[in-house]
Design a protein around this ligand. Structure first.
Ligand code: FES
Length: 248
């Protein structure tokens, strides 16, 4: 199929960017969205033009590196699908597609579609480590955890840190990301000792990075490719309040 692409081009963080028009032919419906961009880049290389830079790594929906606004939606039109797992069969011959980076003050554009997501790393770093006994791995049944608790913790741990929640939120809030990271440890006995300190420092870092406040629109939950629930935000708020009340 033939497609008309409008792609955000920006040389670096301090440059002014703009949408640039491209046409691409012979796109197979079996290609992934990123393979379609690879094909476009090959044609740019042949013309000795600068390639379009974009983030990616695993291309399996695991690492959270890819993240593009496609026709105004984080990761494109499909639910629970990362950009790398989106295929061109979701588009049709003659379509015009708008392709932009995830936009937020805390995610500066590095070049074209590449953004700096180190603000997320700083939130994780602020959380610190969990206390754990050294030595051999403990016997699996020595710390009983109910099925429901384990599943809820796994659901929150499914967050891949892609930033779709931030890019989708009208406030550019990182509450879903931070809430997911806090929730998955707060639910488990291994994370209990540092739970109060962790939630306070992570929320403080989230605010320091310039993310906005959550106003409960649920847009983040709808666009999250991993289906992380906003219950994680409720859990973060509960943990935060508890930590403030019992702070020594
Ligand atoms: S490239 Fe790893 S999730 Fe898309």
């Amino acid at each position: 199929m033939k497609l008309y692409l409008k792609i955000w081009r920006q040389f670096d963080t301090s440059s002014k960017g703009e949408m640039v028009d491209y046409e691409i032919d012979n796109v197979s419906e079996h290609m992934s969205f990123l393979e379609m961009l690879d094909l476009l880049n090959e044609s740019l290389i042949h013309k000795k033009e600068r390639v379009i830079e974009f983030d990616h790594d695993c291309r399996e929906g695991i690492c959270g590196q890819c993240g593009i606004m496609i026709d105004g939606r984080a990761h494109g039109p499909l639910k629970n699908t990362t950009t790398c797992q989106l295929h061109m069969r979701s588009f049709k011959d003659g379509d015009t597609i708008y392709i932009e980076p995830f936009r937020a003050k805390a995610f500066p554009v590095l070049r074209d579609l590449k953004i700096d997501r180190s603000a997320f790393d700083k939130i994780i770093t602020a959380g610190g480590f969990i206390g754990a006994s050294t030595g051999q791995a403990p016997e699996a049944n020595s710390i009983p955890i109910s099925y429901e608790t384990a599943e809820a913790s796994f659901d929150a741990a499914a967050c891949i840190g892609c930033g779709a929640c931030v890019a989708t939120c009208k406030n550019a809030s990182a509450a879903l990301f931070t809430g997911a990271k806090i929730t998955h440890l707060a639910l488990l006995p291994q994370g209990k000792i540092e739970a109060s300190k962790r939630v306070l420092t992570m929320v403080q870092q989230m605010d320091a990075e310039g993310f906005g406040n959550c106003s409960d629109t649920r847009a983040c939950e709808i666009e999250c490719p991993q289906g992380v629930s906003i219950l994680s935000i409720a859990k973060m708020n509960a943990e935060y309040t508890k930590a403030l009340i019992f702070r020594k």
